[in-house]
Ligand binder design. Structure first.
Ligand code: 8YV
Length: 320
């Protein structure tokens, strides 16, 4: 039987590409450029499945124009805000994602951002690197201590829980808000807040781990930022859409928020140039899941989902 044809628009890990080529007829975008709407639509007439990243946008308009040949979108991502799931469902296209396998890598980046923001990593690195480190004093670059502080987590899914686990190693007092309260064995002593406002009031450090949906856009707005304790640190490894960036900038500029660690932005790639002048904003270019082991695991999970689908089984991570 002929192998199904799949499109891989981005350069996934070598192990992923090798396994894909073994089991499928692969069309790979060697240029590794984000798939445009026109490319997605054109490819849909040539392939049975796709393994897109969050850089390929399946908007309602794109989905309406897809060729009926395309039967499955097996995302290489846990977040699916780049996909109009309702539109894909109405076209009968199966959609999967890659949960679990990226939780630790993303939690590591949240930890890096939290520590780096709290302890002046940007300025410290710059002055040493640029030869501007010409004095030292006990009052020099004094930061905010993480150990023992209160950590507020918004979204206690897999990544939120992985981050909480790492933060326990720093003796942090964990508070969280989630749609539903976790079971005690998952909570592990974390304090549940059934509303976000009471969580914000105790969050010396606040880390966002919820998906971007129409309900969570600008979740962290001016009013909510004002609820944080003075000198709080904000961390975002989830999606840029969750933060009103102008409000965050204003809170940083007036010192109410002491620092921020951001791996995602409203505009990607690129980020927010207005943040660049503030060394207490520690920024990374959306690399939460970018470790070799995790990229291999994400690729394997996406291929497992495709394999199940083409074998007539239910893909493990089917969303619609
Ligand atoms: C990925 C992500 O790097 O999985 C997600 O939702 O945001 C990132 O970890 C990216 O989506 C890879 O396709």
């Amino acid at each position: 039987m002929a192998k199904p044809v799949i499109w891989i628009p981005r350069r996934l890990s070598e192990a992923t590409i090798a396994r894909a080529r073994r089991d499928y007829e692969v069309i790979l975008n060697e240029a590794d450029t984000p798939g445009t709407a026109e490319e997605i639509v054109a490819m849909s007439a040539r392939v049975d499945g796709m393994i897109p990243c969050h850089s390929e946008h399946f908007t309602a308009d794109v989905v309406a124009r897809l060729d009926p040949r395309l039967r499955i979108v097996a995302n290489h991502s846990v977040g699916v805000d780049h996909c109009d799931l309702a539109a894909l469902k109405s076209r009968g296209i199966v959609v999967t994602n890659t949960p679990d396998v990226l939780s630790d890598a993303t939690a590591e980046i949240a930890m890096l951002l939290m520590l780096g923001a709290a302890r002046h990593a940007v300025r410290g690195d710059r002055i040493v690197r640029q030869g501007e480190w010409d004095s030292w004093s006990p009052s020099f670059m004094v930061g905010k201590q993480v150990t023992g502080a209160r950590l507020g987590i918004v979204g206690m899914g897999r990544v939120g829980r992985a981050f909480a686990q790492k933060a326990r190693g720093f003796g942090m007092e964990i508070h969280y808000h989630n749609r539903s309260r976790l079971a005690p064995d998952e909570e592990q002593g974390a304090v549940f807040h059934d509303g976000i406002d009471s969580l914000l009031e105790v969050a010396d450090f606040l880390s966002l781990h919820c998906p971007a949906t129409p309900e969570t856009v600008d979740l962290l707005n001016a009013e909510r930022l004002a609820r944080l304790p003075a000198g709080a640190v904000v961390v975002n490894t989830a999606r840029g859409a969750l933060i009103d960036e102008a409000a965050l900038l204003a809170a940083i500029e007036r010192g109410h928020v002491a620092a921020a660690g951001l791996d995602c932005f409203k505009v990607e790639p690129g980020g927010n140039p207005a943040f660049a002048g503030h060394e207490n904003i520690f920024m990374l270019p959306h690399i939460g899941s970018a470790t070799r082991a995790t990229r291999d695991a994400m690729g394997a999970r996406a291929l497992d989902n495709l394999d199940a689908f083409f074998a007539g089984r239910e893909p493990r991570d089917r969303l619609v």
